[in-house]
Write a protein that binds this ligand. Structure first.
Ligand SMILES: CC(C)(COP(=O)(O)OP(=O)(O)OC[C@H]1O[C@@H](n2cnc3c(N)ncnc32)[C@H](O)[C@@H]1OP(=O)(O)O)[C@@H](O)C(=O)NCCC(=O)NCCS
Length: 166
């Protein structure tokens, strides 16, 4: 796969079903790794992602007409919340996750802080976020997921444009 053939853009309403399907495919590896299939990304309904679409921007990464990656974000004043970073299993490990993170920064040049959550036991996810400048700032139990241990991570941006090169 040539990374340059992957196009990242803002998703439209008609992309949501495909993104939800990709999300359920992508999070299976997380569920397997933690032996917990009772996680929100696997259970999310179309109605629920539709309501996310009202408040968040979804990015999609398209390769040969297929959505192979996505991330959503919400800008609040000078902060940006990110969620549901996903890449199709057959396209992982080639920098697409980092490229999607960089695109969120590029789309929010005025933001001072980027924030996200991930499972405390997802060491590979934490490593990925640390490699692009995020730091763990808080650990907490997620009551909505049976007390699952999570971490909040944040990245402060000092210059007006921070996107790292990959
Ligand atoms: C997290 C995810 C989006 C990364 O996508 P990606 O395109 O493989 O990411 P990149 O190629 O840019 O970066 C790879 C890095 O991710 C890390 N990584 C994250 N998840 C990984 C996994 N399941 N297996 C191997 N490496 C993983 C590795 O540390 C790797 O770092 P390295 O390049 O230093 O070896 C993808 O693994 C995924 O969809 N996972 C399931 C959903 C999920 O957990 N999302 C995060 C929610 S907070």
């Amino acid at each position: 796969m040539n990374m340059e053939e992957i196009n990242i853009s803002i998703a439209r309403l008609e992309d949501l079903e495909e993104i939800l399907r990709l999300q359920k495919h992508a999070f299976r590896t997380e569920a397997e790794a933690h032996g917990n299939y009772d996680i929100e990304p696997l259970k999310q309904t179309y109605e629920s992602i539709l309501s996310d679409f009202d408040t968040c921007v979804f990015l999609k990464a398209v390769y040969k007409g297929e959505i192979i990656g996505s991330v959503k974000y919400k800008a609040l004043d000078d902060r940006v919340w990110l969620g549901k970073l996903i890449v199709n299993t057959s396209h992982r490990g080639r920098g697409l996750g980092k490229r999607l993170l960089a695109e969120v920064e590029r789309n929010n040049p005025g933001a001072k802080k980027f924030q996200l959550f991930t499972a405390a036991s997802s060491l590979h996810n934490i490593r990925l976020y640390e490699s692009v400048g995020y730091r763990v700032c808080r650990e907490y139990e997620d009551e909505t997921q049976g007390g699952f241990l999570m971490v909040e991570m944040e990245k402060y941006v000092t210059s007006s444009f921070s996107a790292y090169s990959i």
